[in-house]
Design a protein. Structure first.
Length: 310
């Protein structure tokens, strides 16, 4: 819809003060960077970057000036006469960025631009794009299924599920104050633990651990705790350790609830595990049972039926 490729049923699309809802795609002053790069294989890097300007009738000298400026910005000067097949994945991605930059648009639209890169190159290119956006100061709408990309690159992040907007906020607030259980489970790596617990005497009971809940919470509630929100405690609830991930400076314990009154919020997810951040110098072993408690300030409560934050 932003690019003008789909019609808008209701509402308006504004770029600054300009209503572009019914403006043709070519007149919206939007530049797109695609997942597939969409480079012409028979053209050089310089020709690819300047092609849209050529079609628009931009004078040759002006085209060359803009292409050279973008190439300097993206460290592409040594590759201007090469064809796309002679470039690495990261270099091709920068060419696609350059093609958008030379247009000097009001808005960039980026559709999962890093999904074709390997893990190491994704991290490097991610930081380059973030630095470039801040340098250019051009509003950028960046689509990604990778929540790490969203959290590290976005000033404001919109979380959608099945086409419906769940929450728009800063990365910090999305992490600390998720609007519902879906956002809570989606934002964060590793993900937040979401557990359904019975309410007994005004407390949600996770094993022996009681967490105070509002009076109108009902008989069951979804308790959300991030891995770092747990601490070892002899009077907490019990987790049967299945896997331990040792990452040097961190360790994460993955396991199943050992208490019968603790259930996962998504009962259909047979592979669900409780994730606990642990002292990397003294991790438990698979097969052992650990006992943990939750920091009261790290607990999030959600309606177990609607998933909405309480």
């Amino acid at each position: 819809m932003l690019a003008g490729l789909e019609e808008v049923d209701t509402g308006r699309i504004l770029i600054g003060d300009r209503d572009v809802t019914n403006v043709a795609p070519k007149d919206r002053d939007i530049a797109m960077v695609f997942q597939s790069y969409a480079l012409y294989p028979h053209m050089t890097v310089a020709e690819n970057m300047g092609f849209a300007l050529k079609i628009a009738g931009t004078p040759k000298e002006e085209r060359e000036r803009r292409v050279l400026e973008a190439a300097k910005l993206l460290d592409l000067e040594p590759y201007l006469e090469r064809k796309p097949k002679a470039l690495s994945g990261g270099q091709r991605q920068r060419v696609a960025m350059g093609r958008a930059i030379v247009r000097e648009p009001q808005v960039f639209l980026m559709d999962e631009p890093l999904s074709n890169l390997d893990a190491k190159l994704r991290v490097a290119t991610r930081t380059q794009i973030a630095a470039l956006q801040r340098r250019l100061g051009i509003t950028t709408v960046y689509v990604t299924h990778d929540q790490v990309e969203a959290m590290t690159m976005g000033d404001r992040v919109a979380v959608l599920k099945d086409g419906l907007l769940q929450q728009v906020d800063t990365p910090r607030n999305l992490y600390d104050n998720p609007a519902n259980a879906f956002v809570a489970g989606f934002i964060g790596s590793p993900a937040m633990n979401l557990l359904n617990a019975p309410i007994v005497g005004g407390k949600a009971m996770l094993g022996n651990l009681g967490i105070a809940v509002p009076a109108a919470a009902g008989t069951e509630i979804t308790v959300g705790v991030r891995p770092e929100g747990f601490t070892p405690a002899s009077d907490g609830f019990h987790v049967l350790v299945e896997v331990v991930e040792e990452l040097g400076s961190d360790a994460f314990v993955y396991g199943k609830p050992a208490d019968t009154n603790v259930k996962f919020a998504n009962a259909s997810d047979e592979g669900a595990q409780i994730i606990v951040r642990w002292d990397p110098k003294n991790p438990p072993k698979p097969g052992e049972t650990i006992s943990v408690t939750a920091n009261p300030n790290a607990v999030h409560l959600f309606n177990s039926t609607t998933g909405e934050r309480i």
